[in-house]
Design a protein around this ligand. Sequence first.
Ligand code: ATP
Ligand code: MG
Length: 405
Amino acid sequence: MYLKEFPLEFEQALPILQQISANGYEAYFVGGSVRDHLLGKPIADVDIASSAFPAEIKTIFPTTIDTGIKHGTVTVRWHQRNYEVTTFRTESGYQDFRRPDQVTFVRSLLQDLQRRDFTINALAVRQDGLVIDEFAGLTDLKNHLIRAVGNGDERFHEDALRMMRAVRFSSQLDFTIEPATFASLTKMAPLLEKIAVERIHSEFVKMMLSPHWQQGWSQFVSSSLIQYAPFFKKWSAAMPQFNPAESAPLLDETTIWLLLALRMQLTRDQCQQLLRQWKTANQVQHDTLAAWDFSQLLHAQTTLTPVELYQADLPMLQRLAVVGADLAWPIDFKQLIAAYQQLPIKNDHELAINGGDLIRQLAIKPGPQLGKLLTAAKIAVLNGEVPNQAAELIRWSRKRLPDMV
Ligand code: ATP
Ligand code: MG
């Protein structure tokens, strides 16, 4: 099959294929960009595979960056854009179930396609538009199937991360994992323990942030991959199930952890362990725990005072709204968000006076008294007892000063 038309991204990168071939080597568009174009989805990065070795690529193009020479990847800078050009290669070894012990550069496209994970990721496009399809990836694309290239057991044994990639792609593309591939996945699932948490994390988050995350999650559970994943492997209670018909897209990584923590009814400590064991970023940990704390407040009472609401922020309320919908909390988040937006101040910086103003105008010294006065002023503003205006706040503070000892 020939592509009738190149997408803009291929059109822009075409001169690279032409230059490489003018120098006597082969070069193709490969991997995710080919798959996504054939699915009519936007293309992320255009990856190029070539028979030229890295040193040869570097002689062809004036501006290159040594991205991963050992693995055969050179970044070619072309008209203000970067393209990764990777030499055809085979991999062997995989002693530790994750990284090939040895990468061998080869001159054959077929061998390069053979080492790729799934048939839909093993398509290549030649400069004249011919789609090279050695493993019936086009049929699998049409039938919405994730199928391992070759023997699934072997492929997952070589690199256990591929199992996470299978559920991730299934979730992102709304594809089914082909039965034999799924059987291999179930069989080889224990090998996931050999994979660095950071790599599992990256695939897991991609899976959960995709439109069909419920499907990804359900396969993550049913394949038993979850039993070899951080934190979950030590969890003996039942795993949550999600109804695809009811759940909304998860907004960001923090929403994922918050949803899981609240669905699993984790304590604050357990939630912290979940976040740490998955090696999440500090900001994600902080935001998830802050939202967890706020969720307790939400459950404890039906209405929140302005001072309580002030502890939230907009992203937190939006995340809680997603989780609250999933858990059928009887809370009107639209109204809660509207109430939050009407707060006269949303954070300490928005208070119309600061410590310096009070020191200058009221002749008080820095110290605990000043802190107390500022907090009292903030609460008064939030409760609508005084407008958030500097002159008013100074007058108000002067009156309160005698109480602040
Ligand atoms: P995305 O849109 O998420 O980037 P992608 O398919 O481009 O999806 P990448 O991780 O960028 O995924 O990898 C590019 C290509 O390299 C894949 O399409 C696949 O052919 C191959 N590949 C990547 N990781 C593996 C792996 N672990 N085992 C085998 N082949 C892989
Ligand atoms: Mg990619």
